[in-house]
Design a protein around this ligand. Sequence first.
Ligand code: NAD
Length: 490
Amino acid sequence: MATPAQVEPKPGRLFIDGKWVNAASGKTFESINPATGQVLTQLADGDARDADAAVESARRAFESGPWAEMSASDRGRILWKIGDLIDKYNEELGTLETLDNGKPIFESCQVDMPMVAEVFRYYAGWATKIQGETVPVRGPFLHYTLREPIGVVAAIVPWNFPLLLASWKVAPALAAGNTVVVKPAPWTSLTALRLAEIAQEAGLPAGALNVITGSSDELGRALVRHPGVSKIAFTGSTVTGQEIARVSADTLKHVTLELGGKSPNIVLSDADIDGAVRGATIGIFYGKGEVCAAGSRLFVERKIHDDFMQKLVDRAKKIQPGDPLDPKTKFGALVSEPQMNKVLSYIEKGKTEGAKLVAGGGRSPVPNGQGYFVQPTVFDAVKNDMTIAREEIFGPVLAAIEFDDVEEAIREANKNPYGLAAAVWTRDIAKAHRIARRLEAGTVWINTYNNYDPAAAFGGYKMSGYGRELSMHALESYTQVKSVWVNLKD
Ligand code: NAD
């Protein structure tokens, strides 16, 4: 195993009101390195009392004090500085993310952290551009709107892109003048804790950003129930999203939900085959397949099926899981033992339901046999109604399905409750646009896969959730419109 650069996980504390504090219970829990199975550090095991303290701090900062009074321009300046500090601490943050999540260091340092920095700078620019309008109403009135922040935002984050998905929520929330309580996933809390400190270094006033950690889902539940929280920004599983929608209805919170996916990746016979093979590989194996938008259902036109699958399988077999801290590694460890077991059980299910295993299919013994590594796995001859084609596996398992004509591909692609992303590969550009319109997904990629940008909206159709992250559209869900009427009569 490579030796990590000097990094120091924050031990056992919560970040509330600009200070490091112990959990009210005094309890801690272990953070595990999934590549070795060894303990990285202890984290504070927060409960509802800590959620109360964090929300109270965020509420105070929202209602009065330096953050509440700060100009939009100064808010933007702080966000920009956070982006620059993320760049400055790239190696440290990237190493922390890799140790915590198991993703290759090249992904952490060259993809995730640069995008985190870009997200903060993108929303830094927006801070001064959130504005109302004057409205030509009937009668002797001046009518105008104010676009105001909502209040305290609880950002509940999953483990697959821990700091990146936190930034998608924190940056627009702060740009609009809200305050935030971040609750990272229990398996991957380290970079969110470091972000709190970096934001303070950038000049963010106490209370504007709080980070609370906990080993149980109860901490998230406490935020969802809390009357002091005005909005829940959630990324995670559909089942949890449904619970959040139900429970938050009691206090009528604003809610945005970024949930799971089972995204179809459609390859037509007139596609650039080598490009599509590369795209299909990246689509499922980037991020170990622990990517909500992973192209986990591959639809291949029968005419090119054999040639295409041969090339794909050759590529998949060349991807070797390895030490995530080695800069040459392209495929790391799954995030945890339970997640690995879940993925392995889906592989077994694929076999018993009659799909043809053509690559991978088991654990990978690298580097010391203790980590949670699974081989890049490909199933061919999959039917769209098999479990591995219906349910989100959230791991490196591809289900390849043959089709005969475009209508069939579109129909089968849409025949799934999820609707997060989709892709189509063809050289016929008009056909590509026509298909893009008919795919039920929040993102459609044409002749590419897995592209993200702070300026490009991201979110789901159907059971993949509602609300959009990134882009100017995210700001709509972090603001509310106030209508002001002024009587102009003498
Ligand atoms: P999860 O739903 O179990 O947990 C997500 C977060 O919610 C964690 O911080 C967790 O502690 C918290 N949580 C769990 N139960 C809660 C509850 N009842 N109330 C409040 N908070 C609660 O999901 P996960 O295991 O962390 O992540 C994997 C799932 O997330 C996958 O299904 C994946 O598709 C989805 N995901 C979606 C996107 C997206 O953008 N749509 C991105 C990443 C992950």
